[in-house]
Design a protein around this ligand. Sequence first.
Ligand SMILES: NC(=O)c1ccc[n+]([C@@H]2O[C@H](COP(=O)([O-])OP(=O)(O)OC[C@H]3O[C@@H](n4cnc5c(N)ncnc54)[C@H](OP(=O)(O)O)[C@@H]3O)[C@@H](O)[C@H]2O)c1
Length: 319
Amino acid sequence: MRAVVHDRYGPPEVLRVDEVERPTPKDDEVLVRVHATTVTQTDCHMRRAQPFFWRFMLGLRRPKRRILGLELAGEVVELGRGITRFEVGDRVFGMAYQAHAEYACVREGGLLERIPAGMPFDEAAAVTDGFNQALGHLRGAGVREGTRLLVYGASGSCGTAAVQLGKRHFGAHVTAVCDTRNVELVRSLGADEVVDYLQEDFTRTGETYDVVLDAVGKHSYLRSRRALNEPGSYAATDRLYNIPLGLLTSRAKKRVVFTIELPPPRENPALLKQLLEAGTYRAVVDRRYPLEDVIEATRYVESWQKVGNVVLTLNGGAR
Ligand SMILES: NC(=O)c1ccc[n+]([C@@H]2O[C@H](COP(=O)([O-])OP(=O)(O)OC[C@H]3O[C@@H](n4cnc5c(N)ncnc54)[C@H](OP(=O)(O)O)[C@@H]3O)[C@@H](O)[C@H]2O)c1
C-alpha cells in the first residue's frame, strides 16, 4: 500500500510517499481503508521531534514509527477475530496511529465511531483532534454554563472546536479572538463577541473573563492576566513552561491550567457523533490535498495560517 513515510526528523521535505506493507489487524482491531486523513500540528511536532521530549516517545535518534497521521475517515474492510461493534463496510471516523496511509488498523475500544449519515469522508476525518483537544482544555479549566470564556486563536483547529463547544455544549458566553479574515467564520460557529486582534488588543478593552483559552499557543499567562477575573484561569495548549507555571499558580486567584488527556476519554467519539447529528458541531475544513502533496499540505499547516483543518485525500477521494 502507499503511505507517507519519514526515516529521520526534520523539515516537511523528509516526508515521501512510498510502498509499505499493508498492516494486519490484531484480534481487537479493525482494518480501515482510509479515504481522508489530516495534517495536524501534532504531526508536525512529531516529524520535527520538537520539543525534544518527543524523542523519548518516538525514538531518540530516528523515528521508530515511520508513518505519521492521527485522524482518519474510511471504510472497515477487515475485522480482527474479537470484533463485535463493527462490520465490514461500516463508514468510520476517529483517531488512529499511522493514518497517512491507504490502510490503518484501529482498536475497536479506541476512539472510533460510525460516521453520521450523509457526512462526507473529508469532513469526518477533520473533526476529532480539535474536538478532543478543545473538550479537554475546556473541562480542565472548569468551563460551565454562564462562564465568560475567551478563545484566543479561534480560527484554528482547536479554536474552532472550542468556540462551538464553549457556546453550544457548555453554554458559556464566548468571545473569539482572530484576525479580520476570520471574523464571519467564528461568528457562524456561535461566538457571542469577536475581537479582531489586528484592530484591538483584548487585554486592553476593559472586559474580563473567567477563562482565557489560548487555543493556538501564541499568547501567554502574563499578557492575559489583566483580562482575567478573580478567580480566573489561563488555559494553555502549548509551551512546556506552562506546566510548572500551572503548579506555581495552582492556589493563586489567577492560575494557569494545562490539561493533558493522553489518551482522550473513550466517551469522546460518541459525544462528538451526537453533537454532529444534532447539528451543534461541524467540521471546518480549509484545504484538501491529495496524499502525494503531503509536503505542500504540511508547509501550509506550518505557516500557522490554516483555518480549521487541512485534509489529505486518498483511495478515490472524500465522498
Ligand atoms: N506541544 C505539542 O506537542 C502540541 C501538539 C499539537 C498541538 N499543540 C498545540 O495545540 C494548539 C492548537 O493547534 P491548532 O492545530 O488548533 O492550530 P492551527 O489550526 O494551526 O492554528 C491556526 C490558526 O491560528 C491563528 N493564529 C496564528 N498565529 C496567531 C497569533 N499570533 N495570534 C492569534 N492567532 C494566530 C490563525 O488565525 P488568524 O489568521 O485569525 O490569526 C490560524 O487560523 C497549538 O497551540 C498547538 O501548538 C501542541
